[in-house]
Design a protein around this ligand. Structure first.
Ligand SMILES: [Fe+2]
Length: 154
């Protein structure tokens, strides 16, 4: 069985992905010129959320071995709060396309810089594989966001 703190990590990882999907969906609707870009990110984030959900199934088999010593759930909670704030601003129509791309880049970069997918000590190979995939896909999002920002600027 998972410990309470391990469940919390899984819940926060899941929430991060779902909230990013929610934000990018708003951007896709608000900026039709760049709809494809954000729609693709929405699809990816929902896929990531699905992968993370698998960690719950691993629970029964004692496969998820997050190490308590290295958790930084506070960092994840701050990140989640920030995304929620931007979702509200976007709903209020307070974000233009340049801000939207900047936030996208900022959020994706922040996940990598704060080592969200790599600072846990993971004992199970399957879970480790998923976390590695989440890390590399987030890096791809950074590259895509950078490319879009360049394109809009030129
Ligand atoms: Fe993601």
């Amino acid at each position: 069985m998972l410990e309470v703190y391990q469940k919390k990590i899984i819940e926060l990882l899941y929430k991060q992905e779902v909230l990013l999907a929610k934000l990018y969906k708003i951007f896709a609707d608000q900026f039709p010129d760049y709809k494809d870009f954000w729609k693709e990110l929405v699809k990816d984030e929902l896929q990531h959320a699905k992968w993370i959900k698998k960690f719950y199934h691993a629970e029964k088999k004692d496969l998820v071995g997050f190490s308590e010593g290295k958790i930084k759930t506070s960092t994840m909670e701050i990140f989640i709060g920030h995304v929620e704030k931007v979702i509200q601003q976007a709903k209020n129509g307070e974000i233009n396309v340049k801000m939207a791309t900047a936030y996208t880049l900022d959020f994706e970069r922040s996940l990598i810089e704060k080592n969200v997918f790599t600072h846990f000590e993971i004992l199970d190979k399957r879970v480790k594989g998923i976390m590695t995939k989440l890390d590399s896909e987030t890096r791809k999002h950074i590259k895509k966001a950078e490319d879009l920002i360049d394109m809009i600027a030129n």
